[in-house]
Design a protein around this ligand. Structure first.
Ligand SMILES: Cc1cc2nc3c(=O)[nH]c(=O)nc-3n(C[C@H](O)[C@H](O)[C@H](O)COP(=O)(O)OP(=O)(O)OC[C@H]3O[C@@H](n4cnc5c(N)ncnc54)[C@H](O)[C@@H]3O)c2cc1C
Length: 394
């Protein structure tokens, strides 16, 4: 006999954990499964920038207060090109901000909060498929770490299982979406060093893009544009520092031991469907963006806020209207974020084979942004995040 719950959530990333937290606050029971161990979830380095709305959700619903004490509020970023830096001042243009607080710290906070609340949260459980999608009793089929069969029947199944989602197949088929692959990637490093700048520097240089970011007073995150097939072991530490330094003229980088390196390929994807029957997709399972606009985790949070309202109406008031509207409402923000992420990416990276005209046009575009208040305001508004739908329980 399958186990039974109201909402079965596949994936304990930001989307799945936050959803179970918000549902619990509405009095809706859920089971969350994740194929990874708790330690893996809490130590994988990924996103670092939280929009103001994301921070308000985390703090306002009791999911994390540490974001305010351990995170750093950033009130601007720098765009650097043609040898000059230009600050985009978020406070001055839109009166909002972002917080630098690593995704794995958000996950630590959410896991701790869920376990303290008695959440049924199962690590090491891998979903293999979803059945009975179009009935009122969809089922997650999978197995636990010992290979024992797991079967969970629910009123609603939510695929929060990331970009390689298995739930997606039940909703839209394996490749059912709009897709774009970019001809470059980021070579990312984590190093033991003090910060080289107080705010993020996004640099368009003749050698390619670089991003100077921070993680903590002792650990920094930096990226250089590279080819998507670059081997992470291809460069020595010395070569990496040389590449990074050449791409941010005007700043002397503070170097230190590089203890992690990875190559991050760029993809944009939006699933054609986000819901079939009682199965719904959220977060990276439904869409991915290139990291340049720092939108991935924040979009996952926005999906979840919207879906919580829809599930509360469905499961507590038997009103399906909001769930019917969910895909279209979510898609409006998703495509705005897709556009912003694509725009930042194309404006800041060196396109392979770019002509002299292409490069000068890019400089013209960057000048249009930094020299006009309207341009700076658009960037600041999108980067700090459009308003989230209200109406969540306090
Ligand atoms: C290097 C890097 C930098 C980034 N920087 C930023 C940034 O600055 N700002 C930002 O907003 N976003 C950023 N992102 C994107 C962000 O990390 C993702 O958008 C975010 O993690 C999406 O959350 P999610 O919960 O939808 O999916 P995920 O975080 O991918 O979580 C999915 C979970 O599902 C589990 N799972 C998968 N398959 C199964 C299965 N079959 N059964 C059970 N469990 C399963 C996985 O183990 C995982 O824990 C970055 C990403 C990377 C890789």
């Amino acid at each position: 006999m399958p186990e039974r719950t109201r909402v079965a959530v596949v994936g304990a990333g930001p989307a799945g954990l936050l959803l179970s937290h918000l549902l619990d606050r509405c009095g809706i029971e859920s089971v969350v499964v994740d194929s990874r161990t708790r330690e893996q979830i809490e130590t994988t380095i990924r996103a670092g920038i939280l929009e103001q709305g994301t921070v308000e959700i985390l703090t306002g619903t009791g999911a994390s207060q540490r974001v305010l004490s351990a995170g750093q509020k950033h009130e601007g970023i720098e765009l650097r090109f043609a040898g000059e830096g230009h600050r985009i001042d978020f406070t001055d243009t839109v009166g909002r901000a972002v917080w630098l607080y690593p995704q794995h710290e958000v996950l630590k906070d959410l896991v701790a909060a869920r376990l303290a609340a008695g959440q049924d949260l199962r690590f090491g459980v891998t979903a293999t498929r979803v059945e009975d999608t179009e009935t009122a009793r969809p089922r997650v089929i999978g197995k636990d770490a010992e290979g024992n069969a797991v079967e969970i029947e629910a009123d609603v199944v939510v695929g929060a299982d990331g970009s390689r989602s298995v739930v997606r197949e039940a909703v839209t088929g394996a490749y059912g979406g709009s897709f774009r692959e970019y001809p470059f990637a980021w070579f990312g490093i984590l190093c033991e060093a003090p910060p080289s700048s107080e705010e993020l520097i996004y640099s368009n240089s003749p050698d390619g893009f670089a991003l100077i970011s921070q993680r903590s007073p002792d650990v920094q995150r930096m990226y250089v544009q590279c080819s998507p097939d670059t081997d992470p072991a291809a460069y020595t530490e010395e070569q990496l520092w040389e590449m990074l330094q050449a791409r941010v003229p005007g700043t002397t980088l503070r170097e230190g031991r590089i203890f992690q390196r990875d190559v991050l390929r760029f993809r944009s994807f939006v699933a054609h469907e986000m819901r079939r029957g009682r199965v719904v997709l959220v977060g990276d399972a439904a869409h991915t963006v290139p990291p340049t606009g720092a939108k991935g985790m924040n979009l996952a949070v926005a999906d979840v806020v919207l879906l919580t309202q829809a599930l509360r109406a469905l499961l507590l008031d038997r009103d399906e209207t909001l769930l019917d509207a969910f895909p279209e409402t979510a898609r409006q923000r998703i495509w705005k974020a897709q556009h912003f992420s694509w725009w930042m990416t194309s404006m800041l990276h060196l396109q392979p084979g770019a002509s002299g005209f292409d490069r000068m046009r890019q400089m013209g575009e960057l000048r249009t942004v930094v020299e006009s208040r309207a341009g700076r305001t658009y960037l600041a508004e999108a980067y700090t995040g459009w308003p989230l739908p209200g109406g969540l329980p306090d």
